[in-house]
Design a protein. Structure first.
Length: 264
């Protein structure tokens, strides 16, 4: 979004901006996808009637599963964790945490009940890596967090001139980017690798996953050590965004971005 917002219409009681605002209350949406979560090939979750649950002000949902669709006999109450467990866990303190015990295996803080009376008949079960072994929606493997059915992700080839720099040093410059537009997020510009100055970057060992795009194959930091993990690439992205394969994107909010000759 351009820095100059003067071109936008006024926000009034009759007209508000749809995104990126998220409700300041708890919200949900029913889902009819067949969702299963496995540990040691045992279906811990097997549901065709779960909820997508959003915490107040948050973009990323979690699934809320009816108690009848969960192997509740394998869960036991647990004390709260001593530290933050990860980004896609519940951000507000649950009413109760649960450990998963399956045979000799104990998975700490694998599930929770929300501190919301209306959700008393549902449990959240973590998709965070290293908790359950795998998840399926219908027969498709899924990961990281449930996909928001109200989010759209488009990967569009573009001839706009785009430059990413840092303190006057150009990191990437191209009029052949693929722009990824994802609902409620900043556009991401994916550069052809031949239009990236890799001498200004150094490879890092960081890896991440996105339920819409897939698993990253490489991250880069600035070679001068001033910023870590500012660029990334998907070598084999999901089919919907196949156009970004092998291209390099940047956290442009941490750098200097120019599009169409205008600073963003």
């Amino acid at each position: 979004m351009p820095t100059d917002q003067t071109w936008l219409p006024p926000v009034t009681a009759n007209l508000v901006q749809r995104f990126p605002a998220y409700p300041e209350t708890w919200s949900f949406q029913p889902s009819e996808r067949w969702v299963r979560g496995f540990a040691d090939d045992v279906a811990i979750v097997d549901s065709r009637r779960q909820l997508l649950v959003w915490e107040p002000g948050h973009k990323v949902p979690e699934y809320g599963f009816p108690l009848a669709d969960i192997r509740t006999d394998l869960f036991e109450e647990a004390d709260p964790p001593g530290a933050d467990l990860g980004y896609y866990r519940p951000r507000r303190a649950p009413a109760q945490w649960y450990d998963l015990r399956i045979g000799d295996r104990l998975v700490r803080h694998a599930a929770w009940s929300w501190d919301v009376p209306e959700l008393g008949g549902f449990l959240g079960v973590s998709w965070f890596p290293g908790v359950l072994d795998r998840w399926l929606e219908e027969e498709q493997p899924v990961f990281t967090h449930p996909r928001d059915q109200f989010s759209r992700v488009d990967a569009l080839p573009s001839s706009r001139p785009v430059t990413v720099s840092r303190d006057g040093v150009v990191l990437a410059d191209s009029d052949e980017t693929v722009i990824v537009y994802e609902t409620g997020l900043l556009p991401r510009y994916y550069f052809p690798p031949e239009h990236v100055d890799f001498s200004a970057l150094t490879a890092s060992g960081t890896a991440s996953s996105c339920p819409y795009k897939g698993h990253t194959t490489q991250y880069w930091s600035l070679a001068d050590g001033s910023l870590d993990d500012v660029a990334w690439s998907y070598g084999d992205p999901k089919e919907d965004v196949a156009a970004i394969a092998g291209r390099v994107a940047f956290y442009t909010e941490r750098l200097d971005l120019t599009v169409d000759g205008e600073r963003r």
